[in-house]
Design a protein around this ligand. Structure first.
Ligand code: NAP
Ligand code: MN
Length: 271
């Protein structure tokens, strides 16, 4: 088993990284930063987002596991004191534990500019905002004009990302077994010219939406935690990606239990 490590770069995460390396060597696992089987993220959900983008070109070959060194994470579900158990589980089968690969859908964004097309993938979401002024854009769904948007921005999230920015925007929480993208508004202005739906929309796999920003607008795009600025965007197409991300699970930790523990009663011990 080949592994790679990504950490948040704080004292505890670095200590755990060293500890894992030692355990892994004893268990006969090799560290391989280029083509690992498993990527272990030590830190928070943000650390796993970082790991995801580091290995974006190898998603078909690898699976992710996370140890959380802060509060309970959505992606990082192992506690620091379980590091030895996790290392053993990663090194081979262990009685009483089953290894499962869980796949989550991703969002795909195609940015069309005069000079070509860029394709990006998000584990949480894409956010489209005006970089200097209010975002003005037309939103089409399945090639038909849906609405004229004016406001702070538009958030297109995956089911895994539905508990992140999307949740703050009043979007619904979606189970990651549903292959969807959710479009949520960020502070839309509503008047006679600009009229938006107001509710978030959930598109199935075979639908797509296109965002046509008003010409020559400077657009700020967030792809999970990464930011890019463009001033020559013609349109942005969003859809459920054909690629998926894999997580290695060694024990059940149902999504709704995570939601409950993260947002309702976080003081209760983890199962
Ligand atoms: P950050 O500012 O540290 O992240 C904000 C919070 O979101 C952190 O508590 C982070 O957990 C948590 N988080 C990340 N992914 C999550 C998920 N799938 N479900 C539930 N919580 C999640 O920045 P970051 O760590 O680089 O993460 C980037 C993410 O921040 C973006 O993808 C976006 O979803 C989110 N964000 C939220 C808002 C908002 O709610 N108003 C605004 C901007 C960005 P950790 O502390 O464990 O990292
Ligand atoms: Mn963070």
């Amino acid at each position: 088993m080949k592994y790679s490590l990504v950490n948040r770069d704080d004292r505890i995460s670095i200590e755990l990284t060293d500890q894992f390396r030692e355990l892994a060597a004893q268990l006969g696992m090799t560290e391989d930063r280029e083509s690992p089987d498993v990527v272990l993220s030590i830190g928070g959900d943000g650390t796993l987002l970082h790991a995801f983008h580091l290995f974006i070109d190898k998603l078909d070959e690898i699976s992710f596991v996370g140890i959380h060194t802060g509060h309970l994470g959505f992606f990082a579900d192992w506690k620091p004191d379980e590091i030895e158990l996790l290392a053993k589980l990663m090194s081979g089968p262990k009685k009483g534990y089953e290894r499962r690969i869980v796949k989550y859908p991703l969002a795909e964004m195609q940015i069309h500019t005069k000079s070509g097309t860029e394709v990006h993938y998000a584990l949480n979401e894409f956010t489209v905002k005006g970089a200097e002024a209010t975002l003005v854009a037309r939103l089409d769904i399945n090639d038909e004009t849906f609405e004229m948007f004016r406001g702070d921005g538009i958030c297109i999230s995956t089911p895994a990302g539905s508990t992140a920015y999307n949740k703050s925007l009043g979007g619904a929480i979606i189970h990651p077994s549903l292959e969807t993208i959710q479009i949520a508004e960020i502070a839309s202005i509503n008047n006679r010219v600009f009229r938006t739906l107001g509710s978030s929309i959930i598109l199935p796999r075979h639908h797509h939406c296109d965002i046509y920003p008003k010409t020559h607008q400077k657009i700020q795009l967030f792809i999970d935690h990464l930011q890019v600025v463009h001033d020559d965007i013609q349109s942005i197409r969003c859809r459920v990606a054909d690629k998926r991300v894999s997580f290695a699970r060694f024990r059940p930790f149902p999504f709704w239990t995570r939601v409950k523990e993260a947002f309702i009663n976080s003081d209760k011990p983890q199962p």
